[in-house]
Design a protein around this ligand. Structure first.
Ligand code: PLP
Length: 475
């Protein structure tokens, strides 16, 4: 099905697009980036030139020139009578052209597989005859795995029974299932901004209206805004990442947790805690005690995954919730999928028995990536503000000008793929930030930073003076 985007929605997604001269090329670049990020899906009809011009307070000829540039670069096609439509990823994507020469892909913050995984898979495969004797369709998940997950929660200080656990195909599937079962069209959902973009996609698809609560690397969560948002809008749900929040890397303090818990209870909201990154601790010893352990299981739902701790390709995640909520999820799941593959579940159960060793090795890997990245940034880009993070997968770096999107486009042509700050935004903005994952090998990170530094010099030199001055007057 084709879709269309209104001029207002496009203007809001574009955020601070005016990052270079001429304006029409900056606008075209902004739309290209939305296509590359899949925020504008292929076959989306763009607004008419006149409407977009009015929304962006531009002349129609500037928008016409931007659309012409997009046609020439193969990003859109304009057909008489049906307007301008985005095309599938353009042949001219500079990132793709560079792929042959060793692109560094930092768009996904996913560490490589834990080195022991292949061995565990081989051991489980040796018992394959018993596995295939099972029925195979099981929307709740293997009992053996649910028990292992329950024990894992116990070790983190959250008493749990196997009946409070449902196994999913990764955390993403958990978010999607929860959104489809717990939300109705038009329900409000409180989300952090910046946040994990695919959660936003799933919540929006379920018809949710999102309310952003700011979180930043220096001060953490904006508790005043959070309390106001709970009290005034009574959200049905709050989707939060309390530990090593993706992308900021912040972890909630006890005060922040307490505020969310109380405000959520007052508003009757379900708190969905995505703990996909919670156990990626670099500087503290394992096991990592769970936050919100005092929470009422009726209002707190947890999501977990082995995607970052072991391997994204395993596709095993879970939901921990009150047994009544689990029953509702089980009833709704068949429309979504018919269970998680048996083999991967058996592998996951074996992995959880060995979790402390896995987590320790993960810490070492992430530490070497983080330290290499922090060191390279300090040396080559001292004008950027790099937060201190103690875990997670990425740094949320503050640039010294609001040129994140322009930087991402430029460095892409040099063979480094990154996501710009606005990708993580709920309500526009974050043009001054970029997420740099430290999950890649240290040597790639060092090379990526040197390319970023080259790119930054060129992007800054081409930026309108107003953007550079705007920032200087802020600091
Ligand atoms: C916060 C967060 N939640 C969920 C996911 C998706 O995890 P999975 O691979 O288990 O579906 C990710 C992956 O990047 C993530 O960062």
């Amino acid at each position: 099905m084709d879709s269309r985007i209104s001029a207002r929605a496009l203007a809001s997604s574009l955020g601070g697009w005016r990052t270079r001269e001429p304006a029409y090329e900056a606008l075209a670049d902004g739309i290209r980036l939305l296509c590359l990020d899949n925020r504008l899906a292929p076959r989306t009809t763009l607004p008419a030139e006149r409407e977009l011009a009015a929304s962006l307070q531009l002349s129609r000829s500037t928008v016409a020139a931007a659309y012409r540039s997009l046609r020439e670069s193969g990003h859109i096609a304009s057909l008489r009578g049906s307007g301008s439509v985005t095309l599938a990823l353009a042949r001219h994507d500079p990132g793709r052209a560079a792929a042959a020469e060793g692109t560094i892909d930092l768009q996904q913050a996913s560490p490589p597989a834990w080195p022991g995984l292949a061995g565990v898979m081989s051991e489980v495969a040796a018992g394959a005859a018993a596995l295939v004797a099972r029925a195979g369709y099981d929307v709740l998940g293997r009992r053996q795995l649910r028990e292992a997950i329950a024990r894992h929660y116990e070790s983190r200080g959250v008493p749990t029974t196997a009946g409070e656990v449902l196994v999913t195909t990764g955390a993403q599937s958990a978010i999607h299932l929860l959104a489809s079962v717990l939300l109705g069209r038009g329900d409000r959902v409180l989300v952090e901004t910046p946040t994990y973009p695919h959660a936003v996609d799933a919540l929006r698809r379920a018809g949710a209206r999102l309310i952003g609560v700011p979180v930043n690397t220096d001060d953490g969560w904006d508790l005043d805004r959070a309390e106001q948002a709970f009290d005034r809008t009574l959200p049905a749900m709050a989707y939060l990442m309390p530990d090593f929040q993706n992308p900021t890397g912040r972890t909630m303090t006890a005060r922040e947790r307490g505020t969310f818990l109380r405000a959520g209870e007052r508003a009757g909201s379900v708190l969905v805690l995505d703990e996909t990154t919670a156990e990626l601790d670099i500087d503290r010893p394992h096991p990592v005690p769970a936050g919100f352990a005092e929470g009422d299981p009726g209002t707190v739902v947890r999501i977990g995954s082995l995607g970052k701790t072991v391997w994204g390709g395993l596709r095993v995640g879970w939901i921990r919730a009150d047994a009544d909520v689990i029953r509702r999820l089980v009833a709704a799941r068949p429309a979504h999928d018919l269970g998680t593959p048996e083999f991967e579940q058996a592998v996951a159960a074996a992995l959880l028995e060995n979790f402390p060793r896995i987590a320790g090795q993960r810490s070492e890997l992430l530490r070497s990536g983080r330290d290499a990245l922090v060191g390279a940034l300090a040396e080559s880009l001292p004008e950027w503000r790099v937060p201190r993070v103690h875990g997670g997968v990425s740094l949320w770096v503050e640039l010294d000008a609001a040129l994140s999107s322009a930087l991402v486009m430029d460095v892409r042509a040099r063979g480094v793929l990154l996501s710009a700050g606005p990708r993580f935004s709920v309500d526009g903005g974050h043009d001054r930030h970029i997420r740099v994952p430290f999950t890649a090998p240290p040597e790639d990170l060092v090379r990526a930073v040197s390319l970023l530094a080259e790119s930054w010099r060129s992007v800054r030199a081409g930026a309108p003076v107003s953007i550079i001055e705007q920032f200087e007057s802020v600091i």
